[in-house]
Design a protein around this ligand. Structure first.
Ligand SMILES: Nc1ncnc2c1ncn2[C@@H]1O[C@H](COP(=O)(O)OP(=O)(O)OP(=O)(O)O)[C@@H](O)[C@H]1O
Ligand SMILES: [Mg+2]
Length: 239
C-alpha cells in the first residue's frame, strides 16, 4: 500500500491538467506566468544576475521560482551527477550528453516549470534549451535537426518568453572561473579555448536570428549596470 502511494504521488505531480492529452506536451494557458532563461558561457554572470533579478521581482510583488540546469529536480540532480562525474574525462559522447541534458530538462519542465507558470509565477531558468543547441549542437558538432527535435520534445510548448544572453569574451570567463577556487580544475580549464569561442559565437548567432526572444547583455559591465539593463528588458518585454 505504501509502495503504491509512493509510486502514485509523483505521477500526479508530473501530469498536471496543463498537458495536452494526446501529445503529452505541456501547454501554456493565457493566464500563464513568464519564463526567462539565462544563457552564456561559464563565469559570464548568469547565477549572479538571477539572484538579483529574483530579488527585484519579489520586491515588486511577483511570485518567483528559480531553477537550474541540469538538475532542479531529484531525478535531474541524479542526471547532473552523471554529467558532472563524466566531465572529468572525455568518455561521454556528444549524443549521450545531449540526451541526458534533455532528459533532465524534460523532468524540470513537467515537475517544476509548467506548474509554476500555470499559477502565474515568473520562472528564472539558469540555462535552458539554448544551452543544448549551443554546447552539444554547435560546440560538439551535432547536426542541428536532431538537436532541435530533441530539444522541442523535451520542453514541448514551454518556450522562454525572454532569453538573456550574458556575453563575455572567453578570456574574461576563464579569468573569473579561475578565481572561483571550488571550480578548479573544471571542465572549462581542460577544454579547448576554441570550443568556448564557438559557444560564444553560437549564442550570438542564435540571438541575431530570434531578436524577439533574445536579448544580449554585455557581461563585462559592472554587476549593477548589468542588473539595470536586464531589469529594463524584463520590464519592457514582460510588462
Ligand atoms: N559583472 C561582473 N563583473 C565582474 N565579476 C563578475 C560579474 N558578474 C559576476 N562576476 C563574478 O564572476 C564569477 C562568475 O559569476 P557567476 O557564477 O554568476 O557566473 P555563471 O554564468 O553563473 O557561471 P557558471 O556557468 O559557471 O555557473 C563570480 O565569481 C562572480 O562574482
Ligand atoms: Mg552559475
Amino acid at each position: 500500500m505504501t509502495f503504491l502511494t509512493a509510486r502514485r504521488a509523483p505521477i500526479v505531480l508530473m501530469r498536471p491538467a496543463r498537458f495536452d492529452q494526446t501529445s503529452g506536451m505541456p501547454l501554456k494557458s493565457k493566464t500563464a506566468g513568464k519564463l526567462i532563461s539565462f544563457e552564456g558561457s561559464e563565469g559570464s554572470g548568469k547565477s549572479t544576475q538571477i539572484v538579483r533579478l529574483a530579488s527585484h521581482l519579489q520586491q515588486v510583488g511577483r511570485d518567483v521560482v528559480s531553477v537550474r540546469e541540469p538538475g532542479g529536480t531529484e531525478i535531474g540532480e541524479q542526471i547532473r551527477n552523471i554529467i558532472v562525474h563524466n566531465s572529468k574525462g572525455d568518455e561521454m559522447c556528444a549524443e549521450t550528453e545531449l540526451l541526458l541534458f534533455a532528459a533532465a530538462r524534460a523532468q524540470l519542465v513537467r515537475e517544476k516549470i509548467a506548474p509554476a507558470l500555470s499559477r502565474g509565477a515568473v520562472v528564472l531558468s539558469d540555462r535552458y534549451l539554448d544551452s543544448s543547441t549551443v554546447y552539444q549542437g554547435i560546440g560538439r558538432n551535432l547536426a542541428p535537426d536532431p538537436v532541435q527535435m530533441i530539444n522541442r520534445f523535451a520542453v514541448g510548448n514551454v518556450m522562454p518568453d525572454l532569453t538573456v544572453v550574458i556575453d563575455v569574451p572567453t578570456e574574461v570567463s576563464l579569468t573569473r572561473i579561475r578565481l572561483r577556487a571550488s571550480d578548479v580544475p573544471n571542465r572549462m580549464e581542460r577544454a579547448n579555448i576554441d570550443f568556448y569561442n564557438k559557444v560564444r559565437e553560437g549564442y550570438l548567432v542564435l540571438a541575431r536570428g530570434l531578436p524577439e526572444r533574445f536579448t544580449v547583455i554585455d557581461g563585462t559591465k559592472s554587476e549593477d549596470e548589468i542588473a539595470k539593463r536586464i531589469w529594463a528588458e524584463v520590464k519592457a518585454r514582460l510588462g
